[in-house]
Design a protein around this ligand. Structure first.
Ligand code: DC
Length: 218
């Protein structure tokens, strides 16, 4: 039986950094489900469907084949056979993913892929609905959060590091709007599973968060 660890939480709480580190330490695979939603969003942007209705998106989504491979332990996301990993972490793609991930057909399109990965591997899987919907029987569930200010500051620093000149207020506003959308959508909204452990990373280092989760897994 494979061991499944679900990590859910809002954008920018540090889920991917923590999940990657944990996966490396424990020799599990890291499954970034946000990247799958981003791949579908990227597909829709490429098709010029930023302002399309749910119905139009639902119709076309079957043309987007998303799959995952691991290269040097790094998750690579393929869209219709093309490795699109490098194009997924932009604000534009993230905002589109937040919008379109509310659609039933979009979620249904990715569910089986996520569940299959967890069935055949020890996984640390991060997302919004992993503990509540995708892996309701996960061995360990973590709800990782941090204040909006902390998350906006982290994102701001990340962009500065990349040589960009970001606007802090815009980042904070985007985060708030994304939280609202992710938490208030009808299907699979972001919320803490009843049996999830709450970890607030606002005042913790990466190492401290990783250790807190390892302690939970003891
Ligand atoms: O974690 P992320 O920022 O890469 O996710 C991008 C968007 O995808 C996020 O705003 C909500 C959506 N998402 C989701 O609905 N369910 C998941 N399991 C993962 C991400």
């Amino acid at each position: 039986m494979s061991i499944n660890v679900a990590i859910d939480g809002p954008a920018g709480a540090g889920k991917s950094t923590i999940a990657k580190k944990l996966a490396k330490d424990l020799d599990y695979i890291y499954v970034d489900t946000g990247a799958m939603y981003r791949a579908l969003a990227y597909f829709l942007i490429k098709k010029g469907m930023e302002n399309s209705s749910e119905e139009q998106v639902s119709e076309i989504i079957s043309q987007a084949q998303v799959s995952i491979q691991y290269e040097n332990n790094q998750q690579q996301v393929y869209l219709n056979g093309e490795n699109v990993t490098a194009y997924l972490r932009t604000e534009e793609v993230g905002n589109m993913a937040s919008k379109t991930s509310a659609y039933k057909a979009v979620r249904a399109h990715l569910l089986a892929l996520q569940q299959e990965l967890a069935q055949s591997n020890n996984v640390i899987m991060d997302g919004r609905d992993i503990g509540t919907c995708v892996l309701p029987h996960a061995d360990y569930k973590i709800y990782l959060t941090a204040s909006v200010e902390t998350r906006a500051k982290r994102r701001f620093d990340e962009l500065v590091e990349k040589g960009e000149t970001p606007d802090y207020d815009k980042i904070a506003k985007d985060i708030e709007e994304r939280d609202y959308r992710d938490m208030h959508r009808e299907i699979a909204p972001l919320k803490k599973a009843e049996d999830a452990h709450l970890v607030d990373s606002s005042n913790l280092s990466i190492e401290e968060v990783v250790q807190a989760i390892k302690d939970i897994m003891k």
